[in-house]
Design a protein around this ligand. Structure first.
Ligand code: PEP
Ligand code: MN
Length: 467
């Protein structure tokens, strides 16, 4: 084993910077982050393996295309003005083993179902985006984890190490960067097949419910699907052309945490001559890495993708303004999304000042609620969980604040799955903590299950129709 290796300023010049082959090697500023403070990066075991992985990544094809990224920016600009709504959802942490056809399909179908509920309820186009095909790296509050007196490195996502609690599995292994790329590619391939190949055709709206366990939200969805069916048949009889219903746009997103990975997948677009991070359409900066003078903000300021930033309850109005100045100096519509994650107990108190300050400055960002990350608690039997009622309360608070200020509540960001898991407490068919013993599958944060996801969509559709 060689010295632990961290990609920071002092080591960055030693090899791979010059080996990036697909055009982005010399683009000015793209390596400025290497000189800046950076947090939450792995301590790779083997410097040679790390260099080889980054080199390989930089020669692999892009996962998304610049033209798609530009389309998304336009869609997000519409959401910021209240002409669309963003639905962003998926696992807290995707896993390599979890990238199966069944699980990916269930998640995509659940997002499509939620989007239909929102679109129909609110008469508003919904932008569908997965926390999918790249959400493999996690920031952690502690570097280590101790179980029964044994301390090992914390799990940092499948892109860095394994979840199994053994020294081998928890070692930071750079070959996982390449595996994350390939798993993202196969996930995206399936998503593209589902959403472009006819399965997402709105005339199959009933089919998306098939295979899910019967539940109260499922039944409510069925009756909405019947209404949509009737409306489609009516339009069909009127001679409408349904070509447009066959395909849906579906975008991929993840937290841009491991900057070596993001840098290696950044390419210069031949049309515009500008850098795009082709690992996903949309990238966000997490609550723990949004340091204004840090590497993450710098790097993402230099790529053309639309960018999100998570804003927790300690964010000040000045922080928000400085982030806008750095990430969206040209005030480009759709460029910047603020994803607020205040907690149900804070949102009504903390959000107004931020929104007012940003609005007064004349900047226009897309405001999105993440009602998950400010509401994490530990259940009496020791599981990391969230109360469905708290999640809903934060969503309600988000709408209330924007209604009161006359600003636009433009989207929501949720941790959810199509699987029948028991990770969040409550819901119409309530999950209690005993269900965690057999139904808790997440390797990181607790997700809404299929029923809770649909239930949330119905609630938000109600709030949106009043918008
Ligand atoms: C997450 O989205 O999983 C996450 C870690 O969020 P945050 O950065 O808001 O804590
Ligand atoms: Mn999470």
């Amino acid at each position: 084993m060689t010295e632990p290796y961290i990609a920071h300023a002092s080591t960055s010049g030693t090899g791979f910077a010059g080996s990036i082959q697909h055009g982005a090697a010399d683009y000015p500023g793209l390596d400025a982050w290497r000189e800046l403070p950076i947090s939450q990066q792995p301590t790779w075991q083997d410097a040679g393996a790390h260099r080889a992985a980054v080199k390989e990544l930089s020669s692999l094809p892009p996962l998304v295309f610049a033209g798609e990224v530009d389309v998304l920016r336009e869609r997000l600009a519409a959401a910021a003005e209240g002409r669309a709504f963003l639905l962003q959802g998926g696992d807290c942490a995707e896993t390599f083993d979890g990238a199966t056809a069944d699980k990916i399909s269930a998640r995509v179908r659940t997002i499509l179902q939620m989007a239909v509920v929102l679109t129909y309820g609110a008469s508003l186009p919904v932008i569908k985006m997965g926390r999918m095909a790249g959400q493999f790296a996690k920031p952690r509050s502690s570097n280590d984890e101790t179980r029964n007196g044994v301390t090992l490195p914390a799990y940092r996502g499948d892109m860095v190490n394994g979840y199994d609690f053994t020294p081998e599995s928890r070692a930071h292994d750079a070959s996982r960067l390449v595996r994350a790329y390939h798993t993202s590619a196969s996930t995206l391939n399936l998503i593209r097949a589902f959403t472009q190949g006819g399965f997402a055709d709105l005339r199959l709206v009933h089919m998306w419910n098939k295979g899910f366990t019967e539940n109260p939200a499922h039944a409510r969805y069925e009756s909405l699907a019947r209404e949509i069916d009737r409306a489609i048949k009516f339009m069909d009889a009127c001679g409408s052309d349904f070509e447009a219903l066959k395909r849906v746009e579906f975008f991929a997103s993840h937290e841009a945490l491991l900057l070596d990975y993001e840098r290696a997948l950044t390419r210069i677009d031949s049309r515009t001559g500008l850098p795009y991070d082709t690992s996903a359409h949309f990238l966000w900066i997490g609550e723990r890495t949004r340091d204004l003078d840090g590497a993450h903000v710098d790097y993402l300021s230099r790529v053309r993708n639309p960018i999100g930033v998570k804003l927790g309850p300690t964010t000040t109005g000045d922080d928000a303004l400085r982030l806008i100045e750095k990430l969206d100096p040209n005030r480009e519509p759709g460029r910047l999304t603020f994803i607020t994650r205040m907690g149900a107990g804070n949102i009504r108190e903390k959000l107004p000042a931020l929104v007012e300050k940003v609005t007064e400055s004349g900047a226009r960002v897309l405001w999105v609620t993440d009602p998950m990350h400010g509401n994490t608690v530990t259940s009496p039997n020791g599981y990391k969980t969230r109360n469905f009622d708290d999640v809903m309360d934060e969503v309600r608070g988000f709408f209330e604040v924007h209604h009161a200020l006359g600003t636009v509540p433009g989207g929501m960001h949720v941790e959810m799955t199509g699987d029948d898991v028991a990770e969040c407490l409550g819901g119409a068919d309530p999950i209690d903590q005993d269900a965690f013993l057999t139904g808790y599958e997440s390797v990181c944060d607790p997700r809404l299950n299929h029923m809770q996801s649909l239930e949330m969509a119905f609630l938000v559709a109600g709030a949106l129709s009043k918008r």
